[in-house]
Design a protein around this ligand. Structure first.
Ligand code: GTP
Length: 259
């Protein structure tokens, strides 16, 4: 048996404090018991300080990536059972990230990373914007290292959930994508300056320590796909507020495509 069949498909939920991770888990939990209820409202949440794994069910209407390879006569396509999966909710607070959140990237059951951002705090002058970019940079670098470590061949795709699209201050999804790429490039440049300042001898591992490799090209999500086969999708939505539930189907479809 391979890791793909032995474990419950597991997803890692990351993102800065207040982005909406715990709200999203509680919405997905409600949809596990009532998949037709788009309006299912997320319960109130508290600030999380430890990671917790939550068992969820994917509504049977959501297509699975693995079904692409099965013939249409395959019985498994016909029995419409909800598919169990697991989501690890992590604390967003800066000091807890490395240990409590990013360590889960080594989990052998991991099928994907969902990185939640608050689309209303990404304006260039917003300090939360830099914090979000640093965290996303560190997440992608951890995935890049996992990939170059080559102990495992499974691809871990990333979904950036551009949350809080209901707020009038929210950047639209396309702009969230652009902003994050630009901010990550800044983080990358300042980190690589730090690296070369440490001394020439460290040059040997420099490429691995720089997100996207040490090339001249500016950072982009496309570069991560080309260089490391790490696919990154940005999909907007809202967990709470007037448009609560918006986009949740597309997030679930992304989850299904990884199973
Ligand atoms: P930490 O536990 O600190 O890491 O935060 P978190 O990412 O789990 O955020 P949480 O789910 O606790 O949500 C933070 C706040 O944002 C809460 O007050 C939510 O009600 C609110 N919120 C979450 N999603 C949305 C949304 O789509 N729209 C709006 N307007 N508010 C939201």
């Amino acid at each position: 048996q391979t890791a793909r069949t032995k474990f419950t498909p597991t997803f890692l939920l990351l993102g800065p404090s207040g982005a909406g991770k715990t709200s999203l888990v509680s919405l997905l939990q409600k949809r596990s018991s009532n998949p037709d209820d788009d309006e299912a409202d997320a319960a109130n949440t508290r600030i999380s300080q430890v990671s917790s794994a939550v068992s969820l069910l994917l509504p049977p209407s959501v297509p699975l990536g693995s079904n692409k390879y099965r013939s249409e006569n395959d019985a498994s396509l016909k029995d419409k059972h909800p598919i169990p999966y697991s989501m690890i909710d992590t604390p967003g607070h800066g000091k807890l990230r490395a240990e409590a959140a990013l360590s889960h990237i080594q989990n052998p059951a991991l099928r994907g990373v969902i990185f939640v951002v608050d689309s209303s705090t990404l304006a260039p002058e917003d300090s939360a914007s830099r914090d979000t970019a640093v965290y996303l940079h560190d997440t992608l670098l951890a995935l890049q290292r996992r990939k170059s470590g080559a102990k495992t061949k499974t691809q871990i795709p990333v979904l950036i959930a551009a949350n809080k699209q209901d707020l009038f201050t929210a950047l639209p999804t396309g702009a969230v994508r652009e902003r994050l790429q630009v901010e990550i490039e800044r983080v990358r440049v300042s980190k690589s300056k730090g690296l070369s300042a440490v001394g020439e001898e460290s040059g040997a591992d420099a490429e691995e320590d720089v997100l996207g490799g040490g090339g001249e090209e500016k950072f982009s999500f496309k570069l991560m796909a080309e260089e490391y086969e790490i696919s990154i999708d940005v999909v907007g939505g809202a967990v709470k507020g007037e448009e609560a539930g918006k986009g949740v189907k597309r997030w679930e479809e992304w989850i299904g495509s990884c199973i």
